[in-house]
Design a protein around this ligand. Sequence first.
Ligand SMILES: Cc1cc2nc3c(=O)[nH]c(=O)nc-3n(C[C@H](O)[C@H](O)[C@H](O)COP(=O)(O)O)c2cc1C
Length: 362
Amino acid sequence: MSTENIKFAYWVPNVSGGLVVSNIEQRTSWDIDYNRKLAQIAENAGFEYALSQIRFTAGYGAEFQHESVSFSHALLAATTKLKVIAAILPGPWNPVLAAKQLATIDILTEGRVAVNIVSGWFRGEFTAIGEHWLDHDERYRRSKEFIEALKGIWTQDNFTYRGDFYRFSNYSLKPKPLQQPHPEIFQGGSSRAARDMAASVSDWYFTNGNTVEGIKAQIDDIRAKAAANNHQVKIGVNAFVIARDTEEEAKAVLAEIIAKANPDAVNAFGHEVKNAGASSPEKEGNWAKSTFEDLVQYNDGFKTNLIGTPQQIAERIVALKAVGVDLILSGFLHFQEEVAYFGEKVLPLVRELEAKKLAKAA
Ligand SMILES: Cc1cc2nc3c(=O)[nH]c(=O)nc-3n(C[C@H](O)[C@H](O)[C@H](O)COP(=O)(O)O)c2cc1C
């Protein structure tokens, strides 16, 4: 097991409607004042990262969406320790714009920006904004070139690159970002193409919620391939956290979220995400096997089962760490209150269990 403490990130609610496709009451807002305060609560609670979302159009509840890079900068300006991961979609962005924009933000925020390269699953969004929709594996081939170009621009002078999607000739970015060798690069997915990209170019691999066994299988696969490529990649797993003083209360909240789910929106989302994993050549990947209940949370976050008392959740987090997870990406119903509760009640138990395990191993 890693000797490093497991890290915690939260989803930035920069789109409206929260993280569940349900009519349950959510005391979460997508506006900047709410989000600034949330970021401050999170960094004080022990969260190291915040992940903002990129969306260009409404879909299944996310009627309003703030742009991810500019919103991330605002959160960085309101905090002092938190790293904010800005999401970028190849297509609307090209690597040189992303590299320049993020290098400037990195300098302005003393080295606290990171990036999530999104490969896309929402065909309707691409059509709406006039972007060409590539086949599943082509989207990842483009993302891989995007990441290679980003790294090249950030670390080299006279950068020259000849890809199928991007070309550079003797380009020198000045100034370079502050973080060395470069700001951390995250990506999401579960499909073969997503894993292969993680095993060759990404610093971090994010995956949808899953069981410990399902996550272990993915990690073993990625780490074996990464080792063959002489590459190291860290793993983040999505989880929708419902921590309550009793297990009954936590389970009742889950039951209410699902009972109040909006069936038309969940089914429409389920239909749309078939453009993701299910459209990959191997027909696996994100959402390929998701049930109606799983889809009520955008990224299968109930499956990770961080739903229960602080003690139960802490034990399950340490079990995830034991199979190789480096970071828990968490979503909540009422973000401000629940991030604070997590920091107060769950995180200290995780640190205790980690210390006990390390002492035992020694
Ligand atoms: C943690 C995480 C965060 C993601 N963030 C976004 C996002 O902000 N915007 C978006 O359009 N897609 C987002 N995605 C979707 C992925 O970039 C990718 O398109 C999707 O997971 C398809 O995976 P697949 O290849 O396994 O089917 C995210 C995925 C994960 C796992």
